[in-house]
Write a protein that binds this ligand. Structure first.
Ligand code: ATP
Ligand code: MG
Length: 558
């Protein structure tokens, strides 16, 4: 157990488990589980759940099972299973143990249902779904009993077996628990346990024509595996009495405990698989791995390190109070990790040519540049400088405002790791667009030395025009224009049309080619990661993982 944390820093689930383990006999340890449904890919919310479940197991010397909650043959498939496993591993959670599947328990669950029927605790209802719905009542009004509620056990058993054999169509019969139609908790009003689905299941094929409901499956799967603490999100709080009812009435030897916590919600983001799927299917994003999505695949492709995602989950903590977290909190965690990990290089995204008139032609001098300002273990690199270079177009202004410390006519600026240049002349095309700048350089200003006629404040990045690597850079903004797209009736109406900006003419310094890294800080423009999916031998694509500072709010106010 992690006893280094003061008790006030421990979350409420740790407090519960602290108490529970005291009553454990002998060698017993805790068991948690992470139970994704393979009907989509994982997102940042699932990362929070994994950090919690795998984290607790590790802390208390227990086990966390990866279990696929696969009871709906209509929406689940094997590709999702493989992809989810891949994402869990990428995040760094150990799933070398057995993987569990709720579908492996179909036979046992069937037997449990038969047991409930025999004890008069479950019955087959043969009313149409709409009628059943209309009898449910409301929060103010109790429900009414189904006329089939008192069917005798043998009829129930016969019908249930024939449901299994596929004699009936979907909706003709369902199996319901017999609890209490007047319970103030709607979940206890004779909830459905099994329904007919005339669909093949991706694992059990055509073996089954009936499939167990979530409320019947989840608790019993937990009990079968020996889960001690079954942690889920708050919307299941009202299902807990049913969870406990099933466990109690099936009389399993294990009695898992359900605990609920607040689900993770992040502003400007979608964390619902259903909505994510619709964004993908309608082509609003390029796929589940679109770097603008907070899916594990999207964040991975964008270059978020797994440690950053885990640090974020740790930072926001576990509570029972629903809150919306700022996306910038996640981005800050990413910056922090990349600051440590990413070597620095220079790249110009919107190139503007500069000719250094008094620089000797045909020569290329080699400058030395450190790869990391704070960590000398990253070493140094050689940086070629030539008569013609490129600078960022936004680092030049013909008519600059007062505090513009970059390049403008007659003004000086330092080229990073090189020397000071002065802008002597502007060359424009017929439309008046600046084509190139003619500058002079001061050879006495190498190595940070300042010119005699005063300090030069601005330092800009640059790339040799002769020796460079062309790149495409993809810059991202929030995918939505409103902080809470989830709360909108149609979240698609609030897609940000400017969420992707592609820079096709980027140039990076030559050392990019020989570097063993795939993530860099491009000095002054952000952290960038190689997009392995889009890059080819002839075209390198870099995704901007984050900007260097949290400039987003400021940009919004402009
Ligand atoms: P979605 O709404 O995205 O479909 P889900 O809960 O249906 O989510 P599951 O595959 O059933 O998705 O989730 C697996 C586990 O991850 C569950 O235990 C669930 O509680 C947890 N989980 C899902 N979304 C979040 C979230 N936003 N925050 C915390 N935990 C989550
Ligand atoms: Mg679910």
């Amino acid at each position: 157990m992690n006893e280094t944390l003061p008790s006030s820093k421990r979350n409420f689930i740790q407090h519960i488990i602290d108490k529970d383990v005291k009553s454990f006999e002998n060698q017993k340890s805790i068991m948690t589980r992470f139970p994704p449904e393979p009907n989509g890919h994982l997102h940042i919310g699932h990362a929070k759940s994994m950090c919690l479940n795998f984290g607790l197991a590790k802390e208390y010397g227990g086990i966390c099972n990866l279990r696929f909650d696969d009871t709906n043959p209509t929406t689940e498939n094997k590709e999702y299973v493989e992809s989810i496993k891949d994402d869990v591993k990428w995040l760094g959670f150990d799933i070398s143990n057995e993987t569990y599947y709720a579908s492996d328990y179909f036979s046992i669950l069937f037997d449990f249902a038969v047991k409930l029927i025999k004890e008069g605790k479950a019955f087959v209802d043969s009313q149409p779904p709409e009628t059943i719905r209309s009898q449910r009542g409301s929060l103010q009004k109790p429900g009414s009993n189904s006329p089939f509620r008192d069917r005798d056990v043998n009829t129930n058993l016969d019908l249930f077996h024939r449901m299994r054999e596929g004699e009936f169509k979907e909706g003709e019969h369902i199996l319901r628990a017999k609890i209490d139609m007047s319970s103030p908790n709607m979940n206890m009003r004779d909830p459905a346990l099994y329904r007919i689905r005339e669909k093949d299941h991706y694992r059990t094929g055509n073996q089954w024509n009936i499939y167990p409901m979530y409320d019947f499956t989840q608790c019993l799967s937990d009990a079968i595996e020996g889960v001690t603490h079954s942690i889920c999100t708050l919307e299941f709080e009202d299902h807990r009495p049913l969870y406990d009812w099933v466990i109690e009435n099936v009389e399993t030897s294990n009695r898992p405990k359900q605990i609920e916590f607040a689900r993770l919600e992040i502003d400007y983001s979608i964390t619902s698989k259903r909505k994510l799927l619709s964004l993908v299917e309608e082509g609003n994003v390029s796929g589940w791995d679109d770097p603008r999505l907070q899916t594990i695949k999207g964040m991975r492709r964008r270059g978020y390190p797994p440690e950053a995602i885990k640090n974020f989950c740790e930072l926001i903590g576990i509570t029972k109070k629903q809150a919306v977290i700022d996306l910038s909190t996640l981005e800050n965690c990413v910056r922090e990790e990349l600051d440590k990990k990413a070597p620095r290089i220079m790249a110009v995204l919107d190139p503007l040519k500069v000719i250094i008139k008094n620089f000797p032609g045909n020569t290329s001098e080699q400058l030395n540049a450190p790869n990391h300002p704070k960590d000398s273990t990253f070493g140094e690199r050689k940086l070629p400088i030539t008569k013609e270079i490129y600078i960022e177009r936004s680092d030049f202004m013909e008519e600059p405002p007062k505090k513009f410390h970059r390049l403008s006519p007659g003004k000086k600026v330092r080229l990073r790791y090189a020397f000071v240049i002065r802008c002597e002349e502007i060359v424009k095309d017929e439309n008046g667009t600046v084509q190139e700048l003619h500058c002079s350089y001061d050879s006495s200003t190498y190595n940070g030395k300042n010119p005699e006629d005063g300090k030069v404040k601005g330092i800009i990045h640059w790339v040799s025009a002769e020796k460079n690597i062309p790149i495409q850079a993809r810059l991202f903004d929030r995918l939505f224009t409103v902080p809470n797209p989830n709360g909108e009736e149609d979240f698609r109406k609030f897609l940000n049309p400017k969420s992707l900006e592609i820079k096709n003419h980027g140039l990076a310094e030559i050392s990019l080619k020989s570097s063993k890294h795939s993530q860099f800080q491009f000095e002054r423009t952000g952290y960038f990661s190689l997009d392995k999916k889009e890059s080819t031998n002839d075209k390198l694509v870099y995704n901007r993982t984050t900007t260097l500072r949290d400039s987003w709010l400021k940009e919004q106010k402009k």
